[in-house]
Design a protein around this ligand. Sequence first.
Ligand SMILES: *Cc1c(COP(=O)(O)O)cnc(C)c1O
Length: 398
Amino acid sequence: MKKKHQFETRSIHDGYESNSHYNSLASPIYQTSTFTFETAEAGEKRFAGEEPGYIYSRLGNPTVRMLEERIASLESAEAGLAFGSGMAAVSAVLFHLVRSGDHILCSEGVYGCTFGLLQLMKEKFSVEHDLLPLDSKEQIIDSIQPNTRVIYIETPINPTLKLIDLQMISSIAKERGITVVVDNTFSTPYLQRPLEFGCDIVLHSATKYIGGHGDVVAGLVAGDKETISSIAKSTQKDIGGILAPFDAWLLLRGLKTLPLRMDRHCYNAESIVDKLKSHPKIKKVMYPGIKGYPSYAIAQKQMKQAGGLISFEIDGGKAEAQAFMNKLEMIKIAVSLGDAETLIQHPATMTHAVVPEEERSRMGINHSLIRLSLGLEASDDIWEDLKQALESLEVSYQ
Ligand SMILES: *Cc1c(COP(=O)(O)O)cnc(C)c1O
């Protein structure tokens, strides 16, 4: 058997064999909607599954397949699937796993549109859910109902960056035959591989770190062969949220530099965390890599590094937060994350504006809270920009 390469090597090579593609170093883009059959009988065999090969790009495309094999390799999964957005991935997975009358146990603070999807599933299809912190074993066991089919989690949680213990969740779920789905967007497989902790399915908004350049919207799923193949044949094929070949190619390119980029995102986060912590205009800094932060021990256990996002509270409310953001010169105000550019956003009025105020305050999202996605720029330049904006705040508000 061929020796399994290390992560950095697999992120460049896996899923692509150049000698099957005229020795083209870069993977080709199969920009085609359909595939021709030599004969009518060959077409019949292909449809019957008696002969391998492609039929139609919604059912499979060679460029997309390369990406699916690469993400499977990186997540330590048997198989992967690509989608036209992170939400197409989330909805295909959940619609596959549950039926009406089932219950989903979900971590508090999930991505806004995932929250929206859970509401829709409840109203239209009677799939119930509970949103909970999922931070203690007793509470999780007590919240499991006879009809709980799925535990759905995000870790780190957005934007408070608290972590959920993957091993604890998966051991509770396994005993009860419940499927654990992890949205691994914030960590990427370079920093955290949930399947290695016993979770069942991992998914991504590949729009973020995996693409890494702010130029593509996409989703990825990885898991065991049987589950992935039934998603492919049902909620992917028939709902149809597939990925385009060119977008798959952009992600294959992005993945080649994922380890390098993540090291830099994390390095920048660590150096900015230290400076923010000692700044008089900053009240609180949230980052799982800070010793003494509530999730520090879990970070040590399940993450390679603590990630490229920091949240912090400034001294002041909404007016001060907005004034501070408006003073930034290099750092861009935008939602999304994981790009080369450092991005900043105000969760209470942006990503979490749809969450009811009461729920927001329970999750610790107030108007002083700001989320920063560290880019790949020089950390000194990032700090200079933050510092000058904080200083201007002192001038305007003292
Ligand atoms: C962005 C995001 C999504 C949704 O992905 P899209 O690619 O925008 O559809 C889901 N989960 C998390 C954690 C995200 O950050």
